[in-house]
Each structure stands twice: as structure tokens, then as C-alpha cells.
Design a protein around this ligand. Structure first.
Ligand SMILES: *[C@@H]1O[C@H](CO)[C@@H](O)[C@H](O)[C@H]1NC(C)=O
Ligand SMILES: *[C@@H]1O[C@H](CO)[C@@H](O)[C@H](O)[C@H]1NC(C)=O
Ligand SMILES: *[C@@H]1O[C@H](CO)[C@@H](O)[C@H](O)[C@H]1NC(C)=O
Ligand SMILES: *[C@@H]1O[C@H](CO)[C@@H](O)[C@H](O)[C@H]1NC(C)=O
Ligand SMILES: *[C@@H]1O[C@H](CO)[C@@H](O)[C@H](O)[C@H]1NC(C)=O
Ligand SMILES: *[C@@H]1O[C@H](CO)[C@@H](O)[C@H](O)[C@H]1NC(C)=O
Ligand SMILES: *[C@@H]1O[C@H](CO)[C@@H](O)[C@H](O)[C@H]1NC(C)=O
Ligand SMILES: *[C@@H]1O[C@H](CO)[C@@H](O)[C@H](O)[C@H]1NC(C)=O
Ligand SMILES: *[C@@H]1O[C@H](CO)[C@@H](O)[C@H](O)[C@H]1NC(C)=O
Ligand SMILES: *[C@@H]1O[C@H](CO)[C@@H](O)[C@H](O)[C@H]1NC(C)=O
Ligand SMILES: *[C@@H]1O[C@H](CO)[C@@H](O)[C@H](O)[C@H]1NC(C)=O
Ligand SMILES: *[C@@H]1O[C@H](CO)[C@@H](O)[C@H](O)[C@H]1NC(C)=O
Length: 479
């Protein structure tokens, strides 16, 4: 009998509300029951109120639907419709079950089950675990308000390929078998935690369906995230990819959440390339780099901060224990005007041009500059200007008292201006003395000349020493 004929007969017989088809014939119609990966029926397939059981087998092979059960009725009702035990049910949909806990140990009898769907009910938690090698390939637990799964609940589902956990209240993705390809729907779980998603992605290969409706949140306990701002799942997946495929020999870890009002919150990463013996900064950095750690390398210059576009959005630089000689390359860079942390401890800085930080450290006290264990060239200017600057910027420069001089055994903040600037001071004083002496001498000379002239005019002789001086050729001019 051809399939068309069966359908025609069935259609005709349905009109007579009677359609008897044996199991073998029905198996050819099974696609009607299981569409795609999963088995799902509407309320219209629920047993009618006059049915003695709350479960009923469907007109297609090995499929059944149960509705409006509570936890006391579950076992009996499954038996009532010959679903548990010898019933050989492969596809089961239970709608609107009020179970509080779904204990998977109760399901061990349903050993033929391949499509298990329990939706639109009230289940708080899932306990127990499936029997080993249960052949369930699609598990749909959508719309139940489930809060948590026991650790090992799903680990024995070796054939699992589709898991629908949407519209629940989960904060974590339950564990399941390690290998194989599982597609999970976690949409509409408003308490899903992003850190848990990162962990889930680390332990299993996961594919998500309904990605555009899936979000997660961060909590206080993760780094210093403190936000209930939801982040699209797609971002978590991208960051996970970045984590697995960061710059060579670097790690990329989610570090903070960038919240700009009116925009979707974005996850930012810290790129950690410390301890590589590198002599120059790595490039290009991932687009969402927030912090770069290149400590313990042999890096000499910071030029990329003003030339490389991938360095424009960095807010934190940790470059301790390197060979950096100058911070001048940062001048005018976007990093300098926006940085939160600039850590250049134990480098080869020779000077600290404080002017490049003017208007930058002044406005904001949250910025942190760490430059301890550098040995600067110390002079009167360092003693007078730099020392005072360091003392006034203590809030920003916590290690202000660990900055040393290269040319003397001293800390910059211990420099004594009156000593370092002494020679210069003496010299200027000396000039003043000479000038004063010269002025006094000059005034004396003029007074003497005036006196000589007066005496000469009144008494006609020249006082000493002018009288004793030999006549000079020009003297006749006066006489
Ligand atoms: C769900 O089942 C309960 C009984 O367990 C029933 O009172 C309620 O009306 C059902 N809800 C729906 C939407 O069918
Ligand atoms: C249950 O189903 C099995 C196999 O399909 C059948 O042999 C058995 O008679 C059924 N029992 C009842 C009570 O319907
Ligand atoms: C799982 O059940 C939900 C709720 O009934 C339904 O909306 C969804 O389509 C089902 N998922 C699959 C994959 O069949
Ligand atoms: C579940 O697993 C987590 C992480 O592996 C562990 O910390 C926790 O103790 C486990 N809980 C139980 C009940 O085994
Ligand atoms: C479950 O998977 C195993 C191999 O992993 C396969 O041999 C078996 O046929 C599968 N069972 C079902 C019911 O699909
Ligand atoms: C969902 O779970 C969170 C904690 O994970 C809880 O605070 C909240 O009340 C739950 N919401 C519902 C509707 O159960
Ligand atoms: C896993 O399944 C998804 C969706 O079914 C598919 O896009 C992906 O290519 C599969 N991956 C592997 C490795 O089989
Ligand atoms: C998800 O959203 C992206 C962009 O917002 C869009 O390109 C894509 O088609 C959407 N996917 C689905 C399945 O709706
Ligand atoms: C974190 O957020 C909570 C509430 O959203 C707030 O009470 C608390 O002060 C915040 N903590 C910090 C360190 O910002
Ligand atoms: C990464 O580290 C390995 C082993 O230490 C080294 O052989 C390789 O050259 C490094 N790659 C880069 C880009 O530094
Ligand atoms: C950066 O990586 C180094 C070595 O790989 C590690 O010791 C250090 O703790 C990491 N730093 C951060 C902030 O993750
Ligand atoms: C980096 O510096 C360390 C210690 O100063 C030195 O041992 C090492 O040879 C340097 N590496 C390179 C590549 O210059």
C-alpha cells in the first residue's frame, strides 16, 4: 500500500472519527510525530477530560502526550496509558506538570525514550541522573522555571544532541557528556551568569540555538564586575573564541564590562603577554582589549601607543620589569588621556617629564601611575619640581617613595633642594656681592673726583693722590 493511499484512507477514516492503523504502517508516518530533532505537541493533543488517564498514546508510533500531572500522579498516569514498562514509548511530551523536583531516577523504566519533552509546567530542580546509555537525543525542558540541575543529572546522555532549556530560571548550564556535538537553547533565562557560560564553553563543545534571544549577567563575585546589565550570548561566544585563539604566547581573559548608556554592554579583555623576552610590544591587539600586561619582557619603547590603531582603546598598561627608557612616546596618545593604570615599575626611565601628565592626573584621582624602582637623573630641578610634584600626586602615584636617583644614592623624595641647588645659589649671591662692591667703588670714585675738583677750584692745589700722579699728555686739556 502506498503512503498516499494510507493518508487518503486515514483522512477518510478520520472523518468517521475512526482510524485503525497497525504499528508497522504507522511507523512510516512517524515523521509526523517527531519533526526535526525533537518531539513537541500542542495542548490540543492532551487527553480529553473524559479520558480515564492523563496520558495518551498518539496515533503515530511510540509517541505519547501527558497533561496537567502533579508529582503524585506521574508514575500511575504513565502506567495507566501503558507508557512505562513494556510500552516501548520513544517520544513523550508532558505538558503542565507540577513536580517541584523532577527526579530522573523515576524515568529509568522508560528505556526506549529518545525524545523527552517536559514543558510548560512547574519544576524547581532536577535531581538524580539518567541511567547509563539512555538513548535520549532530544531533551526539551523549556518553560518550567527550573532553577538548578544536580551535577551529574545529564552526564549519561551519550546520545544527546539537542537540549532546550529556554524560559527557565537557570544560572548555569548543566554538565553533560564531554564529546560530541550538542546544541543548547538557553534563551530567556534571566539569571544566567556569564562566568558560568565561559566555564561551560571551556569544558564542552557547545552550539547554541536561539542565540539572539540569549543573554547573561555578571555578578559582584566575578573580577570587579558589578552590574546586572545583560550581555548578549554572542559576545560570550566571541570572547571564548578569543580566549582559545589569543595572540601567540599571550592569554586573553574577560576583565570588565564596558557600559555606555544607550548602548549594549560589551565585554573587554585583558591581554597577558608577560615573561616572553620580547623586545617590542605585540601587535595587533584584539579589538576589545582593555588591559595589556607585558611585564617581565625586554621591551624598550612605547611607540605603538601613538602609532598603532589597536592600541587606542587600552586603559591599563602593566609593563613592569622591562627596558623602557622614556614615557615621551605616550605624549599626545589616546592612552595617555584615558588611562586608568600605567605601571612602569623597574624600567630604565631616566626622566619623568611631569608636564605630559598635566591636566591628566589633576582631574581624576582614580588614575594610577606606578613608576617605582626606576633610577632617574637627579638635579636641582628634580629636587625642586619633581619632588614636589610626586608629593602632591601621592594619591595617583602610590609608589612615589620608591623612585631613586641614578647619579646619587638617594630617593627623589629625599632630595634636598637647598643642598642640590647650593652651588647655583652661591654663585648668584657672589655676583650680587661683586655688583654691590662695584657700585660702592664707582660711587666712591665719583665722590673723590668731585672732592678733588672742589679743593682744586677753592684752594688751587690737588689733594693726594692726584697731586702725586705724573702729568699725562691729556692734562693740558684741563689746564
Ligand atoms: C495545569 O495543571 C493544573 C493541575 O495540575 C491545572 O489546575 C491547571 O489548570 C493547568 N494549567 C493549564 C494552563 O492547563
Ligand atoms: C502495553 O503495551 C504492550 C506492548 O505494546 C502490550 O503487549 C500490552 O498488552 C500493553 N498493556 C496494556 C495494559 O495495554
Ligand atoms: C521545547 O518546548 C517549548 C515550549 O513548549 C517550545 O516552544 C519549543 O519549540 C520546544 N523546542 C523544540 C526544539 O522543540
Ligand atoms: C558540583 O560541581 C561543582 C563544581 O565541580 C562542585 O563545586 C560542587 O561541590 C558539586 N556539587 C555536588 C553536590 O557534587
Ligand atoms: C546512541 O549513540 C551510539 C553511538 O554513540 C549509537 O551506536 C546508537 O545507535 C545511538 N542510539 C540511538 C538510539 O540513537
Ligand atoms: C530566579 O532565580 C533567582 C536566583 O537565581 C531568584 O532570585 C529569583 O527569585 C528566581 N525567579 C523566579 C521567578 O523564580
Ligand atoms: C554541530 O552542530 C551544529 C548545528 O547542528 C553544526 O552547525 C556544527 O557544524 C556541528 N559541528 C560539528 C563539529 O559537527
Ligand atoms: C541574529 O542577529 C544578527 C544581528 O543582529 C542577525 O544578523 C542574525 O540574522 C540573527 N539571527 C537570527 C537567527 O535571527
Ligand atoms: C554593586 O552593586 C550593588 C547593587 O547594584 C551596590 O549596592 C553596591 O554598592 C555595588 N558595589 C560596588 C563596589 O560598586
Ligand atoms: C612562544 O613560546 C614558544 C615556547 O616558549 C616559543 O618557541 C615561541 O617562539 C614563542 N612565540 C612567540 C611569538 O614569542
Ligand atoms: C599573566 O601571566 C603570567 C604568566 O603567564 C601569570 O603569572 C600572571 O598571573 C598573569 N597575570 C594576570 C593578571 O592574569
Ligand atoms: C632579556 O633580559 C634578560 C635579563 O635582563 C636577559 O637575560 C635576556 O637575554 C634578554 N633577552 C633578550 C631577548 O634580549
Amino acid at each position: 500500500m502506498s503512503r498516499v493511499a494510507i493518508i487518503v484512507i486515514c483522512f477518510v477514516t478520520i472523518q468517521l472519527s475512526w482510524c485503525r492503523l497497525d504499528d508497522d504502517t504507522l511507523s512510516s508516518l512517524r515523521t509526523n510525530c517527531v519533526i526535526g530533532h525533537c518531539f513537541h505537541r500542542g495542548v490540543e493533543d492532551c487527553p480529553s477530560p473524559e479520558n480515564k488517564c492523563r496520558c495518551q498514546k498518539l496515533q503515530c508510533k511510540n509517541a505519547a502526550v501527558c497533561c496537567n500531572l502533579n508529582k503524585f500522579q506521574l508514575k500511575e498516569e504513565l502506567a495507566c496509558a501503558n507508557i512505562s514498562g513494556s510500552g516501548h514509548v520513544e517520544a513523550l511530551h508532558i505538558r503542565n506538570a507540577s513536580l517541584t523536583t523532577l527526579n530522573l531516577e523515576d524515568w529509568r523504566k522508560l528505556k526506549y525514550l529518545r525524545y523527552m519533552t517536559i514543558t510548560d509546567g512547574q519544576i524547581n530542580s532536577v535531581t538524580g541522573e539518567f541511567a547509563k546509555h539512555t538513548s535520549v537525543s532530544c531533551l526539551n525542558l523549556s518553560s518550567n522555571g527550573i532553577i538548578n540541575f544536580e551535577n551529574r543529572s545529564l552526564v549519561n546522555l551519550y546520545n544527546l544532541s539537542f537540549l532546550d532549556l529556554s524560559h527557565n530560571n537557570l544560572s548555569d548550564v548543566p554538565r553533560f557528556k564531554k564529546d560530541g556535538n550538542v546544541t543548547v537553547d538557553i534563551s530567556a533565562n534571566s539569571h544566567m551568569l556569564c562566568p558560568n557560560l565561559f566555564n561551560a564553553l571551556q569544558r564542552t563543545e557547545l552550539h547554541f540555538s536561539n542565540i539572539n534571544n540569549s543573554f547573561c549577567i555578571f555578578t559582584k563575585t566575578f573580577q570587579w564586575f558589578n552590574s546586572t546589565e545583560s550581555v548578549p550570548l554572542i559576545q560570550v561566544i566571541e570572547i571564548d573564541k578569543l580566549r582559545k585563539d589569543c595572540l601567540p604566547n599571550c592569554t586573553c581573559e574577560p576583565k570588565r564590562l564596558d557600559i555606555v548608556s544607550g548602548k549594549q554592554a560589551t565585554i573587554k579583555v585583558e591581554v597577558n603577554c608577560s615573561g616572553q623576552n620580547w623586545i617590542s610590544l605585540p601587535r595587533p591587539l584584539p579589538a576589545n582589549t582593555f588591559a595589556l600586561n607585558v611585564s617581565n619582557n625586554n621591551i624598550t619603547g612605547l611607540e605603538l601607543f601613538s602609532s598603532d590603531p589597536s592600541y587606542q582603546n587600552i586603559r591599563e598598561l602593566y609593563a613592569d620589569n622591562n627596558e623602557i627608557t622614556s614615557i615621551l612616546p605616550l605624549e599626545g596618545s589616546q592612552f595617555l588621556s584615558n588611562f586608568v593604570v600605567l605601571s612602569l615599575r623597574n624600567n630604565k626611565l631616566k626622566s619623568l617629564p611631569t608636564y605630559i601628565f598635566s591636566n591628566i592626573l589633576d582631574r581624576n584621582n582614580f588614575r594610577s601611575l606606578r613608576i617605582g624602582l626606576n633610577r632617574l637623573q637627579c638635579d636641582c630641578n628634580a629636587a625642586k619640581v619633581l619632588k614636589v610634584w610626586l608629593l602632591t600626586k601621592q594619591k595617583n602615584i602610590q609608589d612615589y617613595d620608591e623612585i631613586y636617583c641614578d647619579n646619587m644614592d638617594m630617593k627623589v623624595i629625599d632630595l634636598n633642594p637647598s643642598k642640590l641647588c647650593q652651588s647655583q645659589q652661591d654663585w648668584t649671591d657672589y655676583i650680587y656681592y661683586i655688583i654691590t662692591a662695584e657700585v660702592v667703588l664707582f660711587a666712591g670714585l665719583i665722590a673723590k673726583v668731585v672732592y678733588d675738583y672742589y679743593v682744586f677750584k677753592t684752594s688751587g692745589y690737588l689733594p693726594w693722590p692726584a697731586s702725586k700722579m705724573p702729568k699725562l699728555p691729556c692734562d693740558w686739556l684741563c689746564e
